[in-house]
Design a binder for this molecule. Structure first.
Ligand code: R5P
Length: 295
């Protein structure tokens, strides 16, 4: 049988440990040193035939990213087949130049992983198909978190729930979520000022009176999208508003501002290990890894 080890990147030790338990594989925790100037050094004394390296690239984004590349290089140089599990894939939103002269950074990230020796990439709820397409030469799988989020929503004691996407980009995701939760769905119309980042949401023709609204998104970063959507839904009479997402980055004082905008609760996954990580991604990731390596 192929010897697989799950390598726990410093950003995702708990998630890696849960994945290794489910796969019945050895867990390897690399020795990591971060020097005062911010450089990281990583040591993995022994590598298996196949290394599944788990490292989410949430802030500090560039540190976690370089650590992921270093682990890929070390395992590949040691002769392993390398599969990267990067639940939150930083830079995925930079999938096209929105303003003339901008770099398509996610295409660079794909090339960096290939150069480091990664042979396969797995991520969760990637921002766009376009971003994903840059990883095609490597092979990429995008694991959905919507079923797990819907399972969690089922425990929330909701009143006539309606699942809402804050924007057109999340329309398919919210439909999948609503299918699992067996509830209604609606997609809002959002626009963002590319220079200032300001988010606007059109007031929809929607009656939310007496209903709990569940905003479903791939990620919450500054919280601007969720705040704008929550305000609109409150105006439309929603009794409660919850925000559910795969990647609850929640930068700076986003949780406070989101609560002030009328959101009653935030649910994230352990893609970002913080107090909102109420949903464990390991069953969905382990299922894909099992069909890849254990069947
Ligand atoms: C945008 O299209 C994404 O799906 C998210 O809605 C967005 O990136 C979240 O960012 P923020 O919380 O800063 O609005």
């Amino acid at each position: 049988m192929r010897h697989i080890s799950v390598v726990a990147g410093p950003a995702s030790v708990d998630l890696a440990s849960k994945i290794s338990e489910k796969l019945g594989s050895e867990l390897v925790v690399p020795e990591i040193k971060v020097f005062p100037d911010g450089e990281s050094k990583i040591r993995i004394p022994d590598v298996a035939d196949t290394c599944v390296i788990v490292q989410s690239t949430y802030p500090p984004v560039d540190t976690h990213l370089v650590q992921a590349l270093m682990m890929a290089k070390r395992c590949r140089d040691g002769g392993a087949e390398v599969c990267m599990v990067i639940p939150y894939l930083a830079y995925a939103r930079q999938d096209r130049p929105f303003i003339e002269g901008e770099s398509v950074t996610i295409s660079l990230i794909a090339k960096l992983f290939a150069a480091a020796g990664a042979q396969h990439v797995m991520t969760v709820e990637i921002h766009s198909q376009l971003g994903m397409s840059y990883f095609a030469p490597l092979g990429i799988e995008n694991v959905s978190s919507t079923r797990l989020l819907a399972d969690h929503a089922r425990t929330m004691n909701l009143n006539k729930p309606i699942a809402i996407s804050p924007d057109a980009g999340g329309a398919d995701r919210v439909k999948e979520f609503a299918h699992h939760l067996k509830c209604d769905t609606f997609t809002l119309k959002k626009s963002r000022d590319r220079a200032t980042g300001e988010v606007k949401i059109e007031e929809p023709d929607l009656d939310c009176r007496g209903r709990d609204a569940l905003l479903v998104d791939d990620m919450i970063s500054s919280g601007g999208s969720i705040m704008a959507a929550a305000k609109v839904l409150r105006k439309k009479g929603a009794s409660k508003v919850y925000a559910l997402c795969a990647h609850a980055l929640l930068l700076d004082d986003a949780p406070k501002k989101i609560a002030e905008a009328g959101v009653d609760g935030i649910v994230g996954t352990n893609s970002i290990p913080n107090e909102y990580a109420k949903v464990d991604l390991s069953p969905a990731i382990a299922e894909v890894l099992t069909s890849r390596y254990r069947s």
